[in-house]
Ligand binder design. Structure first.
Ligand SMILES: Nc1nc2c(ncn2[C@@H]2O[C@H](COP(=O)(O)OP(=O)(O)OP(=O)(O)O)[C@@H](O)[C@H]2O)c(=O)[nH]1
Length: 342
């Protein structure tokens, strides 16, 4: 195994002229944690629990909604629904699209159908048959929550009994490397890193090579959100994507865009720019707990024609919820409609 690793390293050094990529704190053996209870969970309970998570995360958004529709009803006036969606920071163009042709008094069922439809862009990854290693590249502007989200994803992956290795690919800022290393230590996963200013694509290459050599299931690679110029950033991201493919054919399997939920709709322009550079496969919206702009999730997914995979609902490693359009919409409708008769 070592000779394979060494050989790969030599090839890579020649090709990319990198230096001093180091591996930190590799645990002796990957020890999958037990999460068997999920296998036996009752689907109704899981749905209620997920709805509960969304309801908690959306507290601020619901506060705004309640100011428009204070009482739960069986049918709600068209104008009230429209105003509520504006209050939740859903873009007007999307509201018009969602509500086109609905009657003056709208039932829960009618609205539910329209709102769920806005998330028509389902993930196109077969999650039951993932390549090994499954390589995810994390993209987004500084401060959006990239580092924290990488830690949350790694933590989740570990809890599911899978092994994971991180690549500290934001080599532009020393603090980014340090921050990710601290998380890696905290959740006890290996990390590949280099010094500030060194080649980020070399880190990506080494992380993937290490995963292949050590039979690790998952690779999560950080990237810079800002460089000296936009052109530099474009070039770096494109190079990382290319080099991932050289390290392991087909990688990166997912390019995930991290968007700051507190920015609401203004995050869309940012995401479009990144999408043009590398082609994003899905979105993770962070800081949903700190915003009244939860309705922006509708516009984000619909406008970008991309699925939302997860939402971040806090600063801790467990504060990541798998996004489900049905549960998200249901938790919102629970606030304004009386329960449906079974
Ligand atoms: N409330 C809340 N805070 C979050 C969430 N995700 C990240 N944060 C916080 O947002 C801040 C920025 O997060 P980072 O993970 O450092 O963001 P980054 O994109 O890596 O940014 P840089 O480190 O500046 O490159 C930190 O204070 C995080 O704790 C979330 O889901 N909810």
């Amino acid at each position: 195994m070592f000779s394979f690793f060494k050989k790969k390293k030599e090839e890579k050094k020649e090709e990319l002229e990198i230096n001093e990529v180091v591996e930190q704190e590799l645990p002796k053996e990957e020890e999958p944690s037990n999460s068997i209870e999920e296998t036996y969970a009752n689907p109704v309970e899981v749905k209620e629990e997920k709805k509960g998570f969304f309801a908690k995360a959306l507290e601020k958004t619901f506060g705004n909604i309640k100011s428009v529709i204070p009482q739960r009803k069986e049918k709600i006036a068209f104008d009230d629904i429209e105003e509520m969606l504006i209050e939740a920071d859903m873009e007007y163009e999307i509201i018009e699209k969602a509500m086109d042709g609905l009657p003056e008094e709208i039932t829960r069922k009618q609205l539910r159908h329209r709102l769920v439809m806005l998330f028509e862009h389902a993930p196109d990854v077969d999650l039951t048959n993932l390549p090994k290693p499954f390589v995810r590249l994390i993209i987004g502007v500084n401060g959006a929550g990239k580092t924290t989200t990488i830690a949350k994803l790694a933590n989740k992956t570990k809890k599911e009994g899978k092994s994971v290795i991180l690549g500290a690919g934001d080599t532009f800022r020393a603090a980014a490397i340090e921050q990710l290393s601290t998380w890696a230590e905290k959740i006890d996963v290996p990390i590949i890193k280099t010094k500030q200013g060194h080649d980020a694509s070399a880190v990506a290459y080494d992380t993937i090579s290490s995963a292949v050599a050590r039979n690790i299931d998952n690779v999560i690679i950080d990237t810079a959100g800002r460089l000296q110029t936009q052109q530099n950033l474009n070039n770096e991201l494109k190079k990382i994507v290319k080099v991932c493919g050289k390290a392991y054919e087909g990688a990166p399997h997912q390019k995930l865009m991290i968007l700051d939920g507190t920015q609401g709709n203004s995050a869309i322009a940012q995401a479009k720019a990144f999408n043009e550079i590398v082609g994003v496969d899905g979105i993770i919206v962070t800081k949903l707990d700190g915003t009244a702009k939860g309705g922006a999730l509708f516009s984000i997914s619909n406008q970008l024609e991309l699925p939302i995979f997860y939402v971040g609902v806090g600063e801790k490693q467990d504060d990541l919820i798998e996004f489900s359009p049905d549960d998200f919409v249901d938790s919102l409708l629970d606030e304004i409609y009386t329960p449906e008769e079974k």
